[in-house]
Write a protein that binds this ligand. Structure first.
Ligand code: TRP
Length: 449
């Protein structure tokens, strides 16, 4: 329980922390979930609402997590207990559970991306994309790719904060940025790209007032920015006090949005240029994995190359996210039980791998866990963190936001604190309420067949 604050690991450089946090944020949420949320819910209106909620909820909550983690110098349970007492500390156990659950199915989807990438090299994409997706998505093959992806994740986390997570992020993130921009540039040259851009970029006013667009956008903010389960908190516990937290949260959030935005600039022209709207508006988890490969398939050899890069981007984004999810669980066990990093990562990673066999065998189960852990529990956890930062320890948060901030950002701190106290908690409360209601209904429907 006392395992060494004296020996706590640290990020080596400021940019290393930024890229690791951006790596956590950028992932399947950007390239897979964002475009399909947009096409399902209101097109460009969702993009607009997303930006608004990112500013008033996303960035303040990320800052709250950064401040709590750096001040507490522990994984979520330890930090919350140290700063707020034992009752708050128990919230940390919920976060471990949520991280555990999200990683168990996230790694399954990540496994699909690796499989598609390998197939692009070996023999190209299948002509019956939907049937092929069914084969890829569930069953023993899906289990095998999931296990492999978890093994890679565990190996990086065992490497530690600096030697594993930071090093991987410094190499993989710039590569991802280059590839996603290159792919968006390629997509702009497709015939009929303009129709895709129109849906993506021109909001309809009535959709802006649609509550379900707001709920979808809020869920996306939490998932995409890795908020609500202590992921950003854990990374910030490895920071020195000279990191500029407000600037970091802003940079990470806009980077994450930038990648999601470019992913949309890639996916929408592809869908409209190849007339695949039908395949996507079925709006299952597999939309992207069916529509985009069938476009690549119809392009012949060139499609195999573009497709390889596409799935490489997805896999790169995924691995920098899975390491952050596993890090929360690993760091919690290290802090609470005093285990070594190797032992903690191996045992928790293995347990998550085993649990992941369920979503790897059953696509409906995967969707259900995503709804419960990937949306509802993030909003509930986010509400607790918002209340903790805004109302339980506001003075400590203020102190932490000022430390390391430039004069410009120090001047913004009073405004940030106002938002953290009066804007973010009530807004998150409303959104969490709707999410709980909707999720409970979905769970009931699932189990009553
Ligand atoms: N943000 C990642 C994505 O968009 C997923 C992720 C990583 C995550 N760590 C998280 C989501 C912690 C919620 C909480 O793909």
């Amino acid at each position: 329980m006392t395992a060494g604050s004296a020996t706590r690991e640290l990020f080596g450089t400021k940019i290393g922390f930024l890229l690791a946090a951006a790596g956590s944020a950028v992932g399947l949420g950007n390239m897979w979930r964002f475009p399909y949320q947009v096409s399902e819910g209101g097109g460009a209106a969702l993009v607009v609402v997303y930006i608004g909620l990112m500013l008033v909820i996303g960035i303040p909550l990320m800052l709250a997590e950064f401040a709590i983690g750096r001040r507490g110098q522990r994984a979520p349970a330890g930090s919350l207990r140290k700063l707020g007492g034992p009752a708050w500390g128990r919230l940390g156990y919920l976060f471990v559970l949520v991280g555990f659950a999200i990683l168990s199915y996230y790694s399954v989807i990540a496994g699909w991306t690796v499989r598609y990438g390998i197939e692009a090299v070996q023999h190209g994409f299948a002509s019956s994309a939907a049937d092929h997706f069914t084969e890829v998505a569930s069953g023993l093959d899906a289990v095998a790719y999931h296990v492999a992806f978890m093994a890679a994740t565990i190996a990086i986390v065992i490497g530690g904060v600096k030697g594993g997570i930071e090093r991987a992020s410094l190499v993989l993130m710039p590569l991802l940025f280059i590839l996603v921009i290159g792919l968006a540039a390629w997509a702009s040259s497709l015939p009929g790209a303009a129709a895709g851009y129109a849906v993506y970029l021109m909001p309809e006013v009535e959709e802006l007032l649609n509550p379900s667009v707001w709920r979808a956008a809020a869920g996306q903010v939490f998932f995409s920015l890795s908020l609500g389960m202590g992921g950003m908190l854990t990374f910030a516990s490895y920071l020195r006090r000279d990191q500029n937290l407000p600037e970091s949260a802003t940079a990470v959030s806009f980077t994450d949005f930038g990648v999601a935005f470019f992913a949309g600039l890639l996916v929408f022209p592809v869908i409209y240029s190849f007339g695949l709207q039908g395949a996507v508006s079925g709006s299952t988890i597999g939309a992207l994995f069916i529509a985009v490969p069938s476009a690549f398939e119809s392009m012949g050899a060139g499609g195999r190359i573009v497709g390889l890069f596409f799935f490489l981007v997805l896999a790169l984004g995924a691995i920098t996210s899975t390491i952050s999810l596993l890090e929360v669980v690993t760091a919690s066990v290290m802090d609470e039980f005093g285990w070594s990093r190797r032992k903690a990562a191996l045992l928790t990673g293995t347990a998550i791998t085993l649990v992941g066999i369920v979503p790897a065998m059953d696509l409906d189960a995967l969707g259900l866990i995503d709804k419960i852990a990937g949306e509802m529990l993030l909003l509930v956890g986010g509400l607790a963190l918002a209340l903790f930062a805004g109302w339980r320890i506001p003075a400590g948060i203020r102190d932490e936001l000022l430390a390391g901030a430039s004069p410009f950002w120090q001047r913004q701190v009073p405004r940030i604190l106002f938002v953290m106290r009066y804007v973010m908690p009530p807004l998150v409360a409303v959104l969490a309420f709707f999410s709980v209601r909707e999720t409970v209904a979905a769970v009931v429907a699932f189990f009553s067949g």
